[in-house]
Design a protein around this ligand. Sequence first.
Ligand SMILES: NC(=O)c1ccc[n+]([C@@H]2O[C@H](COP(=O)([O-])OP(=O)(O)OC[C@H]3O[C@@H](n4cnc5c(N)ncnc54)[C@H](OP(=O)(O)O)[C@@H]3O)[C@@H](O)[C@H]2O)c1
Length: 290
Amino acid sequence: MSTPNSRLILGLWRIDQWGMNSEQVADLVSACLDLGIDEFDAADIYGDYRCESMFGSALRANPALKSRVKLISKCGIALVSPARPAHRVKHYNTSGEHIIASVERSLTSLGVEKLDLLLIHRPDPLLNADEVAHTFGTLKRDGKVEEFGVSNFLPHQFELLQSRLDQPLSANQVEISLMHLNSLFDGTLDQCQRLNATPQAWSPLAGGAIARANEDTALNRALTRIGHELGITREQLAIAWLLRHPARIRPILGSGKIQHIRELAEAEQVEMDRQVWFELLEAAQGEQVP
Ligand SMILES: NC(=O)c1ccc[n+]([C@@H]2O[C@H](COP(=O)([O-])OP(=O)(O)OC[C@H]3O[C@@H](n4cnc5c(N)ncnc54)[C@H](OP(=O)(O)O)[C@@H]3O)[C@@H](O)[C@H]2O)c1
């Protein structure tokens, strides 16, 4: 029996810190596929514009992986970097020209013909919704991108872009964890649930802070205690807490260690009681719900 697809996604932001060669990254990807994790989250800018080439090299090291992985990329942030000598100031660029050029470079670096999902990385105050909609249409017609979404957009920013598009935005990738709760209360998750768009949670362990548990906080005490009661780790509990949300949040794991990824994949089997969910919310917020 094949493994059902996981709701977890593996993020590639830290790939340049994993200290792995292409074969080792390919082995990690293969192990993720065995767990049912088949989506990988990249961006043009990750690793100072080098991450996509590193992942592409892994796919070239084991070409059988290419047809099995689904790839997310992002564009729209322009870093000041030796890799982009024309950039004088960090800025956002959601012009049609920039989006198309960025996608072309991502496809070349990754060594694939099509992205499964393209996200606009950050809301751009100069975003022209008609221009972005036209550009998405071109990329779709040319077979270069299957689906489109956004990242770090507030509901009104999502709404504006959606109002000009023929196809629904399929995702909003935002920071969500027990240490970053804004999207639960600012309308983001409500909007995703209403429109059946997928909320993708970046830094679901708060960049590792939930694992490190350096401080004696109510949240850290609750994660340890409840994890112990349920017989799971505090990291599994934090991921299970996200998965329990009815908007069907998809956590994007940032680990480069297969033992960590395997452990977190087990969080998908955890059935979380409503009151446990609220106990963790209370600990995270430092007070009871009103
Ligand atoms: N759209 C955006 O604006 C945006 C912004 C930031 C990130 N992202 C995406 O979100 C992804 C995940 O972000 P993140 O890396 O901050 O996620 P995270 O899962 O919150 O943090 C990952 C970090 O936690 C560490 N960690 C320590 N103990 C761990 C344990 N027991 N289990 C798992 N991890 C443990 C990992 O180290 P080890 O490798 O040693 O396990 C890694 O350094 C990124 O790769 C990127 O794709 C998107």
